[in-house]
Design a protein around this ligand. Structure first.
Ligand code: KIV
Length: 282
């Protein structure tokens, strides 16, 4: 049996082979079923992830770095995020599509957050949105949930605050910051968030927070004690080569494979080996 057959069999055994909705994730946690999510920014990647039975696909603002080549996530606009979310949503029949709200699309006021998250759902066709931030953002989360927009929180290393954090480093290492993360996770759950991304939190603290919550934590660089895991797909498949955080495991080296394939084609063109007769019309 091939890997794909295995995955398809796994998917069809799965009670959630029907479209995943936000509230399903808490049920998965309760059953002890680990949740798998990856990012996508385009139709074709999203379709591949959906075909293998991914639980969730995040249209992350990491697109600004791994798609647009910027140094941070900060400058991507809401219109760009909606454009990518539309492409992903069009491809997906099973996974929950989560649209990441970009920097300054939800921080200035609750009204602004409602209007912009509404666009992510209406125009981007996302099934949920994600906001970064700790307990201070929970009133916004509560209001979004109240009007029917499922919200995923995001605590720990929050890349939209990189200028304040100073660097990409592990969060919650001293008692006050660990306590802040615990309180934030609880506040987000109380506000109605359906899950929380826990980014670069020390493994022990992330496991404790996960045990304290009924909603799942989706870890990235936060150890195996989280209820699920997420990675940036371009990191996992080796398409993004600029840097590799410690928590990334590369399962392929697609950048190298693309250079090889495109290089072979270029040589064939130059040596008149491409196109052949069978690639030409009579
Ligand atoms: O933007 C993104 O891809 C993210 C994940 C790293 C969680 O927020």
């Amino acid at each position: 049996m091939s890997i794909l057959d295995n995955m398809t069999a796994e998917k069809s055994k799965d009670a959630t082979a029907k479209p995943v909705v936000a509230r399903d994730l808490a049920r998965m946690k309760k059953k002890g079923r680990k949740i798998a999510m990856l990012t996508a920014y385009d139709f074709f990647t999203a379709r591949l992830l959906d075909q293998i039975g991914m639980d969730g696909i995040l249209v992350g603002d990491s697109a600004n770095m791994v798609f647009y080549g910027e140094k941070s996530t900060l400058s991507i606009t809401l219109d760009q995020m909606i454009y990518h979310t539309q492409a992903v949503s069009r491809a997906v029949g099973h996974a929950l599509v989560i649209g990441d709200m970009p920097f300054m699309s939800y921080q200035t006021s609750v009204e602004e957050a409602l209007r912009n998250a509404g666009r992510m759902i209406k125009e981007g066709r996302a099934g949920a949105v994600k906001l970064e931030g700790g307990k201070h953002i929970s009133p916004t989360v509560a209001r979004l949930v109240e009007i029917g927009i499922p919200v995923m929180g995001h605590i720990g290393l929050v890349p939209q605050s990189i200028h304040q954090l100073g660097a990409f480093r592990v969060q919650g290492k001293d008692d006050p910051s660990a306590e802040y993360l615990r309180q934030s996770a609880q506040a987000l759950q109380d506000a109605g968030a359906f899950a929380i991304v826990a980014e670069m939190i020390s493994a022990e603290l992330a496991a404790d927070i996960s045990a304290e919550l009924t909603i799942p934590t989706i870890g990235i660089g936060s150890g195996v004690g989280c209820d699920g895991q997420i990675l940036v797909t371009n990191d996992l498949v080796g398409l993004f080569e600029d840097f590799k955080p410690k928590f990334v495991r590369r399962y392929a080296n697609l950048a190298q494979e693309m250079r090889r394939a495109c290089g072979e084609w270029m040589d064939d063109v130059r040596q008149r080996q491409y196109p052949g007769e069978d690639e030409s019309y009579k």
